[in-house]
Design a binder for this molecule. Structure first.
Ligand SMILES: Nc1ncnc2c1ncn2[C@@H]1O[C@H](COP(=O)(O)OP(=O)(O)O)[C@@H](O)[C@H]1O
Length: 181
């Protein structure tokens, strides 16, 4: 990531990073690795929503929770305002723009993604929905519309090597952010 991907310089001495992308692209795996490498605090928003009931119920048709955006924002506001977090979620337009110094959108080739989702035991309907989401770059477009394009970075997440190099890029980026503060 280049210097200008540093993004709009915030007052934070520790950055907040958002890792987003279609389900199955490897967000949790990368967020955990990057959290270990950087010491930033890892927040899995999907898990938090379930744990703390930050939703308006379960949508049987889409087999997912209907988010209560306001509850999610309220729950996270305090910890995010201090900086030093890696936040991971399969959507990104609900969070305030000011929260993030870097927004990473993971991308995976269709066949690889298909196999990962099938292994997860997703229904055919849910697999198709997610593959379509990836083909039409829904999350990438959402990220570009919601955040300054200077801080939005697309990362390939097909192989273990991709995962390792993405984690080390994040580590370097965080070091660089802290050095400049
Ligand atoms: N870059 C990668 N290369 C190979 N396998 C990966 C990669 N990223 C994730 N995986 C695997 O794909 C599956 C889904 O990853 P996960 O991190 O749970 O995705 P997400 O959090 O985006 O839903 C897991 O089995 C994980 O081990």
């Amino acid at each position: 990531m280049s210097d200008n991907e540093q993004g709009a310089s915030s007052e934070r001495t520790n950055p907040n990073i958002l890792i987003t992308g279609t389900p199955g692209t490897g967000k949790s795996t990368l967020a955990e690795l990057a959290s270990e490498a950087t010491g930033l605090y890892y927040i899995n928003v999907g898990e938090l929503v379930k744990e703390k009931g930050l939703h308006e119920g379960f949508d049987q048709e889409f087999q997912s929770y209907i988010l209560d955006d306001d509850k999610v924002i309220d729950e996270l506001e305090q910890v995010v305002s201090k900086g030093g977090n890696i936040i991971e979620f399969h959507s990104c337009d609900l969070f305030p723009e000011r929260w993030f110094d870097l927004v990473l959108v993971l991308r995976t080739d269709n066949t690889i993604l298909y196999n990962r989702l099938e292994k997860r035991g997703y229904s055919q309907k849910k697999i198709t929905e997610n593959i379509d989401c990836e083909i039409f770059q829904v999350i990438l477009e959402e990220a570009r519309e919601s955040y300054s394009n200077e801080i939005v970075v697309e990362l390939q997440s097909n192989t273990i090597q991709d995962m390792e190099s993405n984690a080390s890029r994040i580590e370097q980026w965080v070091d660089n952010f802290k050095t400049k503060k």
